[in-house]
Design a protein around this ligand. Sequence first.
Ligand code: PRP
Ligand code: URA
Length: 242
Amino acid sequence: SDSKIAPTQSVGPEYQPESKKPTATVSTPVDFENVTVLPQTPQLIALLSIIRNRDTQRGDFVFYSNRIIRLLVEEGLNHLPTVEHTVTTPVGRPYEGLSFQGKICGVSIMRAGEAMEQGLRECCRSVRIGKILIQRDEETSQPKLFYDKLPDDIASRWVLLLDPMFATGGSAIMAVEVLKSRGVPEERIFFLNVLASPEGIKNFVSKFPKVRVVSAFVDAGLDEKNYIIPGLGDFGDRYYTR
Ligand code: PRP
Ligand code: URA
């Protein structure tokens, strides 16, 4: 019967005080004013441990990367400007709160960036979304622009640029150049990504010091094929086709 199962066997490890918590590799420190890295909480590290594992199958990869993407979107939205906004509660009392100001849109760098659209829609109902198709050449890692379709009034919006992988930074730099050519000022662009490399960040920030970057994790570096290491492999393949 159930009474034979000792409570400690069914609930897993005991509660762990701060001094007994397990350790894990956390994000590489970066020191740029406009780069925000998500807090390295046990939840985030455990989610990243699932999606980095090469044995994780597509269903789990999609589910757990969606959870990380949701955290990134919530953090990105925190950087939008707000104004004071007082409301009256059902018991007739005022609450001195805030409301968002300004219009936003999402822009995904296809194909992997499209995986981040759902997380944005969950937070911002009926948000407009533009697309930029940029592909890295598999031999040279150089990005190539194939297509873009952006909202006509993008110059008067805050833009959340979406791409989970920020490796050399070449694709993101090309995307920001497209946005700037349509009149979006750098300071109104937020680039949300799951994994960044220190090289990519340095390269990008030296070109666009005013674009805000929000990353879940900054990895150790890039390998000889310009894949992020330790990384998670090819995000687009793992999310869509593998
Ligand atoms: C991957 C990834 C980024 C880019 C990052 O896309 O999704 O867009 O590479 O690398 P970078 O920072 O060195 O430019 P890829 O071109 O492989 O296309 P995909 O999204 O279709 O997989
Ligand atoms: N694109 C990916 O999907 N993964 C990398 O590690 C680098 C670029």
